[in-house]
Structures are given as structure tokens and as C-alpha cells.
Design a protein around this ligand. Structure first.
Ligand code: EPU
Length: 344
């Protein structure tokens, strides 16, 4: 465990934003974390980073980056139907998915290939293809940066919602490090196949459905649509899909009659932000060092201008969306400036 000064974070964020951290420390054991919290330059702000896949670094960071690299996956309990699996926060999310699939455990196949670490997964309640982390989540353990105090939070205490949890609110954001997450997985698979192209893709494969096949299908759909960050630096969906009430939907339909919308249980509607951005003509457009991805308009690419350029592009898009539809697209990733993280 060693604090290094003036470290470039380019290789630590999938947007490849080339900014520096005043101090950087990578932590691979929990004991080192507690030591690092005591020995860090106390006056400086801290930023916890996992895989750096949902973060927009807009300038050098005048603080301490704590890189959570704590490893380990263990089966902690089982009964006839379920297994309880605890993973350390620094494990790559997809490595945990593969660990489960290799053992025939089901529940996270649809979340295959999501970039980032296990410790970051609860913060935004990662989700894809009809499954969200909260569907399999049991609890997490976290350590408070200011005090080293350890807490445990179960599913209800995390207040999960669409791309949201209590860890995104002012009370928790940036103040805790998630050191482990416990999931409950099924021994007998229950597949979620209703979303988008999954069924067509499964039919084309003509194989017996297993957690491995389900994962392979998800991986191939993702690879078709979402750019590989090592080739085209990006941080996944840049915007959340907006949720509107029926009056707002009716108004938006006046401008975009075909707007793709999914009714929610609470009577509101989730709109496909990618479709909207696409309709407004932004797909493939470049703006001062950033670009809207050619195949999926929700994804913004760093074309050399870094996090700042990507944020500027997102503002241009939002100006258009607001002028046309009267709504604002909320960014999905966390924005980080010189001294602090910016809450959204
Ligand atoms: N669409 C377009 N043009 C585009 C993009 C999308 O017409 O440029 C249309 C699609 O054809 C589809 C609809 O819009 O009919 C929705 O698109 P898609 O199914 O690709 O999903 P999404 O709403 O764009 C969400 C998540 C993704 C997740 C996929 C699959 C959000 C913000 N994004 O995307 O999550 O992988 O569903 O479940 O909820 C992420 O969070 O980083 C992420 C990639």
C-alpha cells in the first residue's frame, strides 16, 4: 500500500480522460484500506474509484484517489434452491458473473459484460436486459472514509430504483467505500428473455438454454451495440432514460409521435433517450473533441477532448432536447471536478 503523487488517471477510467490525481493509492486488502484512511493527507478530498466505467473526470483531481482492488469471491451459504455469494468490492463485475455461470448459478446472466467493479454495482443499481442488481442483491458492507466505521446495509436500506440507490444521495455519495456485496443466486435457472432481441437471438442459436448460453447471447447483443472502451473511450449510457407522466408524454408525442415509451407500474412512462437523441439528428455527430456513437446515441465517445468535451457535448444535446420537448436528460455517470465530486 503506497501513496503515489501526480498520477495520470487515463488508464483508470474507460472514458480515457487524461487527468492527474494529486495522490493515488491502490488497495488490495481491507487492512490496507483502514491504514490508508488513517495515513492519507487528511485535508484533501477523497475519491473512490473502481473500474472507472461510470465516471467523468473533467479536470485534474486535487485529492486522494482510493482505488478499490480488494479481491475474493466466496460461497457463504446455500440451501436447496439458492446460494449466497459474497464478493469483494474490487472484483470485476463480469468476473463475478463468469464465476457464477461456471458453477451453474443463475440470476446475473443478463448483467454480463457490464464494465466496472462489484463495489460500484449497487451505487447505480446496474441493470440491463430486464434485470437489475437489486433483483439478486442481499446486502453490502461499507467503510466510512472519515471514520473507518463499518456498516452493513440490506436491500431495503439501499433504496434501489432505476439507476439509483441511497449511495447516490448527499448523505452517502463519496463518503463510503463498498468493500463487499452479497448476492442470492438460483440453483435452478430462471431466465429473463423478454427484452429486445434476446428471444430472436436464442432461437437462432438452436441450443439448450443454460446460464452460459444466456450470457453468450447478452455478450453478443452488447458487443453489437455498445462500443469497446479500449477502442472508443466511453462510459456506457451517458443519460438515464427519462421518466414522464401521461401529460408530459402526450406533449412529447405532439412533437415526436413515435416516441418509444415503456409504461411503468406507477402509471408513468420511461422514454428511450437514445431514440430521442437519434431522432433529433445527433447520432454520429461530433462536437469539439467528443462524438455521439454511430450505433447507439446514448453513448458519448471521447475523441481527444476528454471528460470536459464530453460534458460540453452532453449540454448541447440537452439544449436541443429541452428546446424541442421541454424535458432534461439526467446524466447517468458521476462527474468529478478539481476538488469534489458533483452530485447529480
Ligand atoms: N434506439 C434508437 N436509436 C439509438 C439508440 C436506441 O432508435 O441510437 C432505440 C432502440 O432501437 C430501442 C430503444 O431505443 O428500441 C431503446 O434502446 P436499447 O434497447 O438499446 O436500450 P437503452 O434504453 O438505450 C438501456 C440501458 C443500457 C442497457 C440497455 C439494455 C439506460 C440508460 N441504459 O439502454 O445500460 O444495456 O438498456 O438493457 O437505462 C448503461 O447503463 O451504461 C447501459 C448501457
Amino acid at each position: 500500500m503506497k501513496f503515489t503523487q501526480g498520477v495520470s488517471l487515463k488508464g483508470n477510467n474507460t472514458l480515457a480522460s487524461d487527468v492527474k490525481a494529486a495522490y493515488f493509492v491502490s488497495i488490495s486488502r481491507e487492512v490496507d484500506l483502514l491504514r490508508a484512511l488513517k495515513e492519507r493527507p487528511l485535508a484533501l478530498p477523497c475519491l473512490v474509484m473502481g473500474g472507472g466505467s461510470n465516471i467523468v473526470l473533467t479536470s485534474d483531481f486535487d485529492g486522494v484517489v482510493l482505488h478499490n482492488a480488494i479481491q475474493g469471491i466466496e460461497l457463504i451459504r446455500e440451501d436447496e434452491r439458492y446460494v449466497w455469494v459474497r464478493s469483494a468490492g474490487g472484483v470485476e463485475w463480469h468476473a463475478l458473473v463468469q464465476w457464477a455461470i461456471r458453477r451453474g448459478f443463475s440470476g446475473v446472466e443478463n448483467l454480463s459484460l457490464i464494465p466496472g467493479t462489484v463495489g460500484a454495482a449497487p451505487i447505480q443499481n446496474i441493470g440491463a436486459y430486464g434485470v437489475e442488481l437489486c433483483d439478486v442483491f442481499v446486502s453490502l458492507e461499507a467503510i466510512e472514509i472519515a471514520t473507518g466505521r463499518r456498516i452493513s446495509r440490506d436491500v431495503d436500506m439501499c433504496e434501489f430504483a432505476y439507476r439509483h440507490s441511497v449511495f447516490k444521495t448527499e448523505e452517502y455519495a463519496g463518503k463510503w467505500i463498498i468493500v463487499s456485496v452479497t448476492l442470492k443466486l438460483q440453483k435452478t435457472p430462471r431466465y429473463v428473455t423478454g427484452y429486445g432481441e434476446i428471444e430472436a437471438e436464442l432461437a437462432a442459436r438452436k441450443e439448450e438454454l443454460t446460464p452460459q448460453l444466456m450470457s453468450d447471447v447478452i455478450v453478443s447483443i452488447r458487443q453489437r451495440k455498445l462500443p469497446d472502451p479500449s477502442v472508443l473511450p466511453n462510459c456506457g449510457s451517458f443519460f438515464k432514460n427519462p421518466i414522464v407522466d401521461k401529460f408530459e408524454l402526450a406533449k412529447i408525442k405532439g412533437t415526436l409521435p413515435g416516441v418509444i415509451n415503456y409504461p411503468l407500474d406507477d402509471g408513468r412512462y420511461k422514454l428511450a433517450a437514445g431514440w430521442i437523441i437519434d431522432q433529433l439528428g445527433w447520432k454520429g455527430r461530433e462536437f469539439e473533441g467528443a462524438k455521439v456513437h454511430d450505433k447507439q446515441a446514448l453513448v458519448l465517445i471521447n475523441q481527444g477532448g476528454g471528460g470536459k468535451a464530453v460534458v460540453n457535448l452532453s449540454r448541447k444535446i440537452n439544449e436541443d432536447v429541452f428546446a424541442m420537448l421541454g424535458i432534461y436528460l439526467e446524466p447517468e455517470p458521476q462527474f468529478v471536478g478539481r476538488k469534489t465530486t458533483v452530485l447529480l
